[in-house]
Design a protein around this ligand. Structure first.
Ligand SMILES: [Zn+2]
Ligand SMILES: [Zn+2]
Length: 481
């Protein structure tokens, strides 16, 4: 970051110009073939703050060694319609040179942005949202006055993230050491001793407040670098949840908060992504409990209602961008039937909008993060568990073949279903879950999809071997990646 390579990867831009306008070629070291390769401008497939280097399967593969730029003799035509650049020609009494424009831009930036040698910053933190015109009209209609917008291709407009953050009242707001820069609210600065956590919490607060006011979801432009995975257990219950309706057994009437089990689901946070595995019918309550600010994508294990009943409640997080969903083709077909109103040609305004990504039993990437589907049998139904780094989530399994088990070697954390003691045709019993854990020998294992017959949390805790624990709703588990 901060070096010339970033200009090509990020297609950096400002003041009406993007690096792609002048980049001729990019020379890289390919970490896979260990050879030097050269990409032409076209091959880089530049987009708004985007290039092929950021694409899912390529991210992290190339080191940029050099970038060649092609400037035009005389420096014309240059883009001079931005802010004080407009008057530059008049002030100089002639058409400015590239150098004069550069000097002027540097001056503007110095007045707006923190001086890196004095104040540390995370730079321009959010992307300017690009939204469909009809969506933009809706914001205007709800009476927030004129939200500034710029044409951004066929039927789309670009909004100013800085303007939205400012109007949401976030200028100068501070979380721990992290602060929204008061002269340019798109920038998060270190006002003293800011931790990564402070920056992320502030970022979430910005996302929440901008959504509250404008119903627009800001997406960070920065890269998050972390080596760990944070898993928030959203629910640990079986298909009926615990307490079960109408049941007054000692588990269903237990006072222990850990015995209140919503339907099974987890939130996985890593590499700046928030991934939801299964929007359960309790998703709304689970998201409220967490004050969840956003979700970047959803992974689906299978289409049984207790794992997908919360799809409609994803609406607020679909906002201005379709929510990416990763799922098997049979699950996709089921959801098209069940949520037919979301997939009509002319849907009712306000329905959630999804981007369905059909996956098979091969690894795939989300923003460069590798996700490995693990096929398990749920009775007679093949379904997916998911492995991300050294973490895996397996629910509703009753059997796994050896080949798939190999994908689960060397885990730090495994979350696995353990319905109850008594065998069930479509779910691991407690003993079967223990056998799997012994086979796979992760550093730590947690039990989920527990029905009331699994017993109380405290009872389960007293009988599991070392390294195994029953999971509970709201639990946070950290895994290595
Ligand atoms: Zn289930
Ligand atoms: Zn199921």
């Amino acid at each position: 970051p901060g070096e010339v390579g970033a200009s090509a990867i990020q297609n950096v831009g400002a003041y009406g110009v993007e690096a792609k306008d002048v980049i001729h070629a990019v020379e890289c070291f390919d970490t896979q073939t260990r050879k030097t390769v050269r990409f032409s401008n076209e091959e880089c497939r530049f987009g708004y703050r985007d290039s092929m280097f950021k694409k899912d399967d390529v991210r992290g593969r190339y080191y940029v060694l050099r970038v060649s730029f092609r400037l035009r003799p005389g420096g014309i035509p240059m883009s001079l319609d931005y802010g004080s650049l407009k008057s530059l020609k008049e002030r100089l009494g002639k058409y400015p040179t590239i150098q004069e424009v550069a000097r002027e831009v540097t001056k503007i930036r110095k007045s707006k942005l923190p001086e890196p040698s004095e104040t540390g910053s995370a730079g321009s933190f959010f992307k300017n949202p690009v939204v469909p015109v009809h969506f933009y009209k809706k914001i205007k209609n709800v009476g927030f006055g004129d939200v500034p917008a710029y044409p951004a291709g066929e039927g789309m407009v670009k909004l100013s993230a800085a303007w939205l953050i400012d109007k949401a009242g976030m200028k100068g707001v501070r979380f721990g050491g992290a602060m929204v820069y008061d002269r340019q609210p798109l920038v998060i600065v270190n006002a003293g001793g800011a931790s990564g956590r402070d920056v992320m919490e502030l970022s979430d607060e910005i996302i929440r407040r901008v959504r509250t006011k404008f119903y627009i979801t800001l997406k960070p432009e920065v890269n998050f670098i972390d080596t760990g995975i944070k898993i928030t257990v959203l629910g640990t219950g079986g298909s009926k949840g615990t307490p079960e309706l109408g049941c007054e057994c000692h588990v269903c009437t237990s006072d222990d908060i850990r015995d209140k089990r919503l339907r099974s689901s987890v939130l996985v946070e890593t590499a700046g992504l928030r991934l939801l595995i299964d929007p359960s019918p309790d998703f709304r309550q689970q998201a409220l409990n967490l004050r969840l600010a956003d979700i970047d994508a959803v992974l689906v294990t299978h289409s049984h209602y207790d794992h997908v009943g919360g799809f409609d409640d994803l609406r607020p997080f679909c906002g201005n961008e379709d929510m990416p969903i990763y799922l098997r083709s049979d699950v996709n077909a089921d959801l098209h039937r069940r949520l037919d109103y979301c997939f009509r040609e002319h849907p009712y305004p306000g329905v959630p909008t999804f981007k369905m990504n059909i996956i098979d039993n091969n690894p795939f990437y989300i923003n460069g993060l590798k996700i490995v589907p693990v096929e398990v049998m749920h009775g007679k139904l093949p379904i997916y568990g998911y492995r991300i780094g050294k973490f895996a989530y397996i629910t509703d399994a009753s059997h796994s073949c050896e080949e798939e088990k190999e994908k689960l070697e060397g885990l730090d954390v495994l979350i696995i279903n353990s319905l109850r003691d008594c065998p069930h045709f479509a779910h691991f019993s407690f003993d079967q879950a223990m056998d799997m854990i012994r086979d796979l020998s992760p550093n730590r294992a947690y039990l989920t999809h527990l029905c009331h017959e699994a017993g109380c949390h405290a009872e389960l805790e007293s009988r599991v071997p070392a390294g195994v624990s029953p999971a509970y709703d709201g639990q946070i588990i950290l895994s290595t990646r």
